[in-house]
Design a binder for this molecule. Structure first.
Ligand code: PLP
Length: 291
């Protein structure tokens, strides 16, 4: 499928409904160079996995988008209307295959009439089969803030899924320089955080641990679905404040996210860690078939 962009007037809470206004190839966009998202990364977004024409974890993504918009002081988007637009867009994909649906709201620019600029990019998912089965080498990178900063300085937008991902992309380039493919961030006081585009889960026996979202990281929709499902697999999930040793000593560890699903980790800073291929397969079978 050719990647497609759909521009629309951002539906706002309490204002009249919107309609799709412009559909065009993603290679032919119409975003102003003065748009605050393009100029400053000042906006929010969500990326949904689309399988069998269904945008997965629809409401958790939309709720997080609303929360991100609130944290950035953007006008409140009309979630019911956005749900309708996302569903309509997901139905444009093929009945088979995996797709990515990225919904973006920026602070706007010329021509958006004081509303956020809003668009969706719909594209084929890259083939993640190899990463899902063979796994990835990660490095730990210090994000440079002490865990206490999250409560002290909320204006720093901790926990918002905003567009300013340059630092996260730099982290991935640093990983490649260090013969790895992925990153797990840590706080300055040594607590594990998340990947640049994913949530960390580690298994210790029958427990699945993930870093506490209160550490200023995204509360992942994929991780939440795994935790909701894991009792069926004889596991229980919990949010924790954990350090590097919890990763090195884990019985298995994964980075999970909406499009890649569940990817096992093989090495941390060059040190091999344990893997659980059966559970990885079970996670991905579940994730690929959920609503
Ligand atoms: N953390 C960050 C920084 C992310 O960018 C993402 C997804 O893009 C995630 C976690 C995982 O979130 P989700 O499972 O909702 O895709």
């Amino acid at each position: 499928m050719e990647a497609t962009t759909l521009f629309f007037e951002c539906p706002l809470s309490g204002k009249s409904a919107t309609t799709m206004i412009d559909r065009r190839p993603a290679s032919d966009p119409t975003i102003s160079v003065l748009d605050s998202g393009a100029e400053r990364g000042d906006g929010v977004f969500e990326t949904f996995g689309v399988i069998k024409q269904n945008a997965q974890a629809l409401d958790p993504h939309l709720e997080r988008l609303k929360m991100s918009a609130r944290l950035l002081d953007l006008p409140e988007p009309d979630i019911d209307e956005l749900r309708r637009i996302v569903k309509t867009t997901a139905a444009m994909t093929g009945p088979t295959g995996e797709y990515s649906l990225k919904l973006v709201l920026t602070r706007g620019g010329p021509g958006t009439n004081g509303r956020p600029a809003a668009w969706i990019v719909l594209s084929d998912m890259p083939d993640y089969h190899t990463a899902r089965t063979e796994g990835l080498r990660v490095i730990l990178l210090n994000k440079g803030y002490h865990s206490s900063l999250v409560a002290e300085e909320p204006w720093l937008l901790f926990g918002a899924k905003h567009l300013s991902y340059a630092q996260h992309m730099a982290a991935l380039r640093e990983a490649r320089r260090q013969d790895s493919q992925e990153v797990v961030f840590t706080t300055a006081d040594g607590l594990l955080l998340e990947g640049p585009t994913s949530t960390l889960i580690v298994r210790h026996g029958d427990r699945l641990l993930t870093p506490d979202p209160g550490l200023g990281i995204l509360h992942g929709t994929t991780q939440r679905d795994i935790f909701a499902h894991c009792e069926n697999l004889g596991l229980r999930g919990s949010y924790e404040r954990i350090g590097k040793d919890a990763l090195l000593d884990a019985d298995a560890a994964w980075l999970v996210s909406s499009v890649r699903m569940s990817v096992p980790l093989t090495h941390v800073d060059g040190v091999e860690i344990k893997r659980d291929p059966d559970l990885t397969e079970q996670f991905n079978a579940f994730l690929l078939n959920r609503d």
